[in-house]
Ligand binder design. Structure first.
Ligand SMILES: NC(=O)c1ccc[n+]([C@@H]2O[C@H](COP(=O)([O-])OP(=O)(O)OC[C@H]3O[C@@H](n4cnc5c(N)ncnc54)[C@H](OP(=O)(O)O)[C@@H]3O)[C@@H](O)[C@H]2O)c1
Length: 307
């Protein structure tokens, strides 16, 4: 299968998709292909100006593309709630939700809701966004082709290499002291894997997946450069031979639309590039941790007034 041509993508006419962080990097690579294959794509992110640039690029390649902006700041739960509500007013169906936006290894800072930014944006903001979109996803799953309604959480192999070995640190979710920026990133990406597993269990009519996209040249490295300036020196080595985001989006696109993934066999799966169902880390496969993280997150959101 060629990862250049994305030739596994079927006709997506009539489908509605949301891609968080869909105007840059892997999100852009995902949005443009979904749109080129006929989906209406909502790019959910923070900057209307960056959306405009992305829209122009998509339209120049595919004049009939239908791409729209949904204002979403994952670092602000009130904004996340507003975004989900606005979407539900605009659309009556949602086939593909790609939770792609992310930050990596940025210096310690808390969101307005008191979460360290990596866990707050990469996991908790996406958890609430997804939860609020479940009714429309379920309604769509009730009428769409089986297995075509999907939630894709873009994780990383860092969930295994970088997260604390014991898994989620429930007693110190922000990992403020005694942990590196890398461990915090891995922890947030482990949460993405566990999130897909719990979604698969609770909503069996929706195909929920997580994945590692591979190493891809994007803006993500601005995070480690800002927290660890020496990273600038090793970055060329880390990215040696890595593709750009158009080619690098292949595993995300495969998870979002490939008919080879089946609801009855693959729900909750973790994918390595391209489309290889693989075992996540020990913590990422722990059914108790899957449940505990769900309970913890529901409680953390509830205590801040989000149901
Ligand atoms: N690139 C890789 O090698 C690699 C490897 C493994 C996993 N991943 C994962 O792939 C995903 C995409 O990353 P990328 O490599 O494409 O990096 P990127 O180019 O830096 O894109 C990240 C996107 O997330 C958005 N974002 C950040 N904070 C946000 C917030 N508070 N609210 C809404 N959107 C926000 C950014 O929007 P702004 O421009 O507005 O900040 C940007 O569009 C991430 O989840 C990352 O962990 C990437």
């Amino acid at each position: 299968m060629s990862n250049d041509s994305h030739d596994f993508i079927p006709d997506l006419a009539g489908k509605v998709a949301i891609v968080t962080g869909g105007y840059t990097g892997l999100g852009f690579g995902t949005s443009i292909e979904l749109a080129k294959h006929g989906a209406r794509v909502y790019i959910a992110s923070r900057s209307a100006a960056k959306f405009k640039d992305a829209e122009l690029e998509i339209i120049s390649e595919c004049p009939q593309a239908d791409v729209r902006f949904l204002m979403l700041d994952l670092a602000n739960l009130n904004n996340v709630q507003e975004a989900a509500e606005r979407f539900a007013q605009l659309e009556s169906s949602l086939h593909i939700l790609v939770n792609n936006a992310g930050v990596m290894c940025i210096p310690y800072k808390e969101t307005i809701d008191g979460f360290e930014t990596q866990i707050g944006v990469n996991y908790i903001g996406h958890f609430l966004f997804t939860k609020l979109l479940i009714p429309i996803l379920q309604k769509t799953a009730g009428i769409a082709e089986k297995g075509s309604v999907r939630i894709v959480n873009v994780s990383s192999n860092g969930h295994a290499k970088l997260a604390p070995k014991e898994g989620i640190i429930f007693s110190d979710i922000n990992m403020k002291n005694n942990f590196s920026v890398w461990a915090r990133y891995g922890h947030s990406k482990l949460a993405n894997v566990l999130h897909s597993k719990v979604l698969a269990k609770r909503y069996p009519n929706i195909l929920a997946l997580s994945l590692h996209p591979g190493t891809v040249k994007t803006n993500l490295s601005t995070g480690p450069i800002s927290s660890t300036p020496l990273y600038r020196l090793i970055k060329p080595l880390v990215e040696l031979g890595a593709p750009g985001p158009r080619k690098g989006a292949a595993n995300i696109l495969f998870a979002a639309v490939s008919p080879r993934l089946r609801l009855e066999f693959d729900n909750g799966a973790y994918l390595l590039p391209i489309g290889k169902v693989s075992a996540p880390s020990k913590a990422g496969s722990d059914p108790q941790m899957v449940e505990d993280l769900w309970e913890w997150t529901i409680k953390a959101l509830g205590s801040r007034g989000y149901e």
